[in-house]
Design a binder for this molecule. Structure first.
Ligand SMILES: [Zn+2]
Length: 453
């Protein structure tokens, strides 16, 4: 791996909290995929490749902690465009799940991961839940293969259900798996892909689709124990809508977070997508156990689900990360857009100091690393993996900015990504993904989208 010097950036955001959020106009020296030195005026060494970053700002690569890549071919489906969560699930993904073949998934993953890369995202956790009895495909392997081709870090959250029809409004029409099917497949994926040690590129997570009704409580506990015995983390959806909370209270007699506590599904190895509707008495349980959130404001706005209490959670000390969720309920998979909306939406209700750009950047970088348990990524500091995005402030939207460091997040829109590194290796250069024929991908996506109409 070649050594690199990133020189002349106007500002560097570190992903760290408080006064450490900004490193100023420093150069970054990278050796063996790790940040070796950060200081102003570094002199290029012999044989060191120099990336000129004049007019640019440098961020840690974004860490997207909840996605459904298969949905990248299900954007703006008319039947679901004005539906809330369950109406949308019944109109958009569920009727198509058994029609999605490996070639569709491969194309969808290429589309979703390419968009993430071009927004500066270096790590993606995908919650893949197309699993049912009789499925004759290894879809997790397809996702790992595509991530490998594009060069970003990838965490497969292996979904699935052992029950259908437990929730009368939930449109799951798939034949359920047995609990052993799920555990054995997680075991297989873990042996094949899961890396331990510093800065892994591949990890596997146990992730039944919904804890309160995709499985029964005994199975939920069995899955948690199996995951922990294998050393993999736990993930799922929680409290996305008011209905979700009402169902849990009526059927299980407690709040969703209490239900998770009862069934061994809280801990610093667990994070949940959404948690839009969390009551005051649930917050201490999340804090005490270190359970994290994948905050998905774009999806929550699109489906009219509400707005999570992310700033409050973060200030209490609950781990907060950012995620784009599936592209069918968020027509984009762009972490700059997600961060921009996170910065905006809380201010609408909470006032202009509800959340700062620095906090939002921390959620999307260091916060993501924390919920995924990947200590070596998510921040720009000496010893961290060189996962970083270099944004060129070359568009009129940035001209006139007095504080250029926060300009990409505060201005929103499509960023000019000059370069994205993962482990010091360029995966985006001059705004393009090396080796990817975008026109061919566009045609491939159009064909696959037509097949899934
Ligand atoms: Zn989701």
């Amino acid at each position: 791996m070649s050594d690199l010097l990133i020189r002349g950036a106007e500002a560097v955001m570190t992903g760290l909290p408080g006064e450490q959020a900004r490193a100023g106009a420093v150069d970054l020296r990278i050796r063996d995929g790790v940040i070796h030195e950060m200081a102003a005026g570094l002199i290029p060494a012999a044989d060191e490749r120099v990336i000129e970053a004049r007019g640019c700002v440098v961020y840690p690569g974004w860490i997207n902690t909840h996605h459904h890549l298969f949905q990248s071919l299900l954007k703006a489906v008319p039947e679901g465009i004005n539906e809330p969560l369950f109406g949308w699930l019944g109109a958009v993904p569920y009727p198509r799940l058994t029609r999605i073949r490996d070639r569709h998934l491969e194309t969808a993953a290429m589309v979703g991961l390419a968009e993430l890369l071009l927004s500066g995202t270096s790590t993606c956790a995908d919650h893949h839940y197309i699993y049912y009895a009789g499925l004759d495909s290894e879809m997790g392997d397809v996702l790992f293969e595509v991530a490998d081709r594009l060069g970003l870090r990838f965490v497969l959250c292996r979904g699935g259900a052992t029950e259908k029809g437990r929730h009368p409004g939930y449109p799951n029409n798939l034949e359920s798996e047995r609990v052993d099917d799920i555990i054995n497949d997680v075991q297989r994926l873990r042996e094949r892909y899961h890396q331990v040690g510093p800065n892994p590129m591949r990890q596997v997570v146990m992730a039944p689709t919904t804890p309160t009704f995709s499985v029964n409580p005994a199975v939920l506990r069995e899955l948690a124990r199996a995951a922990r015995s294998m050393g993999v983390r736990l993930h799922s959806h929680l409290s996305e809508t008011r209905d979700y909370v009402t169902y849990c209270r009526e059927v299980h007699g407690m709040t969703p977070v209490q239900f998770c506590a009862e069934n061994e599904w809280l801990g610093d190895d667990v994070w949940f997508a959404h948690m839009v509707h969390v009551a005051d008495d649930e917050l201490p349980l999340l804090l005490q156990t270190g359970t994290g959130i994948a905050h998905c404001p774009q999806s929550n706005c699109r489906l009219g689900s509400g707005i999570a209490r992310a700033p409050e959670m973060s200030r209490l000390g609950i781990p907060v990360s950012l995620a784009v969720d599936g592209a069918a309920s968020n027509e984009a998979a762009d972490m700059i857009q997600e961060a921009h909306l996170a910065w905006m939406v809380h201010r609408a209700h909470g006032g202009a100091d509800a959340v700062t750009a620095e906090e939002v950047i921390e959620w999307g970088t260091r916060g993501g690393a924390r919920v995924l348990g990947l200590d070596g990524i998510g921040t720009l500091s000496v010893g961290s993996a060189a996962d970083l995005a270099i944004y060129d402030l070359d568009q009129p939207r940035y001209f006139g900015a007095h504080d250029v460091a926060v300009a990409p997040v505060c201005a929103g829109g499509t960023a000019s990504l000059r370069c994205l590194l993962v482990n010091g290796k360029p995966v985006v250069e001059n705004g393009a993904i090396p080796g990817l024929d975008m026109e061919a991908l566009r045609e491939q996506a159009a064909r696959a989208t037509a097949e899934l109409h």
